[in-house]
Design a protein around this ligand. Sequence first.
Ligand code: ZN
Ligand code: ZN
Length: 424
Amino acid sequence: MKFQLSLLSFVFAISILSTIDAQESKSRWYKGNLHTHSLWSDGNDFPDMIVRWYVNHDYQFLALTDHNIMSVGQKWMPLKTIEKRGGKNVLDKYVKAFGDKWVEKREGKSGGTEIRLKTFAECRKRFDKTESFMLLTGEEISDSVGGLPLHLNATNLKKLLRPTGGSTIREAMTRNLRAAKEQAKKEGREILVHLNHPNFGWAVTAEDLAAVTEERFFEVYNGHPGVNHLGDKIRPSVERIWDIANTIRMGQLDAPPLLGIATDDCHNYHGKPGSQPGRGWIMVRSKQLKSKAILRAINAGDFYCSSGVELENFSFDPKSKTLTIEIKSEKGVEYKTEFIGTAKDYDKSSRPRLNNNGKTIRTTRMYSKDIGKVFATQSGTKVQYQLTGKELYVRATITSSKKHPNPSFKNQTEQAWVQPVFLK
Ligand SMILES: [Zn+2]
Ligand SMILES: [Zn+2]
């Protein structure tokens, strides 16, 4: 195979082309979730129980991303609090999984049993296994701007990043990204920052996402049912936001497109309704299961998102201008692939959304149907789209006929999302 690249990113294309050629024979797909919560913040299970869940469900990497805290240091938690969140048998389940020796209990100062939460280092020591599983450090930087929730996940960071704040969503996004960048430089490591659930609290608009071009990643699917994935009557869906943001970036700002990430954002591990594990993940093509290799592949756009549909392969060949996708087929399941994008000569007009009193609502503006147009729809497990040169970009959404076994929104079927590709 010559080379396979999901995206010819402005920054990375040239540097990785030669290496991808050499590494292709050895690369494979690694499954991972970059957004999950534990008792360290507002999740309802022990961090080690959570890691164990992902290991047992055939994930190869995971980041524990609690709100403004990393799983370091001594943290004892009253059993009462833990049971309130996770249910009466939460400790029994923990002891059953790990044994009495592993579980640390003590009598709390104000009476009542306390349990010590295992740290990142302890979880890593217990679960990391070469080429099988890797735990990454993480944090959900949970900022707030004028009451709007602005959450960004930092993966592979060394030290806690405190929310920077800012007078606008854009300013706060930029400041948080710069803080992460500074740490990355200082520590000599790669830190991946992605913008979480833009429609949560209707906090982040497509124009915000377009304007902050330092951000290259955002959650196109987050399995938490409260993130307004489909939008509502007056506000666009997350996928529509993706297309609007990328059209503005590529059509007006000469900036690279945002890449999509799918995550669980799980808080509930005991069957309660709400965010649960296993709904959204990414598949990364890499030669090795090492933080550097995985982050490098993500940075190069060599990954796709899934809520159930898995791919055998995808590739974009700029020579033939063709995006090729091979879907892993499941018996009795049908697949519809939509190639979605915006043409270079799109209608740039937009108007604000108004409420009943004619006042502008703070949300993404209304754009023409030229943006995020379905260029082609194909069925089957091997699909292709040849770019004509008139497109700003083309991406693909694959929707299966299979109902999602644990949906986060009404009538959800399993899907996969392939990153935008384009010709230079
Ligand atoms: Zn969040
Ligand atoms: Zn979260």
